[in-house]
Design a protein. Structure first.
Length: 149
């Protein structure tokens, strides 16, 4: 039985480590979960993501074994290839980004640049994927919070 960290998550601030989950439901924008430590991110990925994503109970054991084989020991190991391998196992959610907030602000990875472009489109700014400027950081953090937070 898991602690249900994702299900019971309190969206009240943006912390240093980020997971972005994209819904498989069309037109759902997805949601950011942020954590204080790298350990918290790894723990959620290892112990909750399958059940949270809606993997059927009869498949959990097999999928957990497959997930354990692809999960990196460190947050720096979550590259696009790793995310693809994880997403094959998930049903109602897909992992769009795992990493630090700092990397999300400046990285040239596909997922970070895509998220920055989404932020700028949402903010009705020039639609580009360049690193977040210093004067944009607070707006970007606010954009990361769900509407209801």
């Amino acid at each position: 039985m898991t602690k249900k960290i994702l299900e019971d998550f309190e969206f009240n601030e943006i912390k240093s480590y980020v997971i972005f989950l994209e819904s498989t439901v069309p037109y759902d924008e997805g949601i950011f979960y942020t954590f204080s430590t790298e350990h918290d991110v790894i723990n959620v990925m290892k112990n909750e993501i399958l059940e949270f994503s809606g993997v059927e109970a009869e498949d959990l054991s097999q999928y957990q074994e497959e997930l354990d084989q692809v999960l990196p020991a460190s947050i720096s190991g979550f590259d696009e290839d790793t995310l693809e391998k994880i997403n094959v196992l998930l049903t109602h959610w897909k992992v769009g980004y795992i990493g630090t907030l700092e990397n999300l602000l400046v990285s040239q990875s596909h997922s970070a640049t895509w998220l920055r472009k989404q932020f700028r489109q949402h903010s009705k700014k020039q639609s580009n994927s360049s690193p977040i400027e210093l004067d944009e950081v607070e707006d970007f953090k606010n954009w990361m919070l769900p509407d209801w937070a």
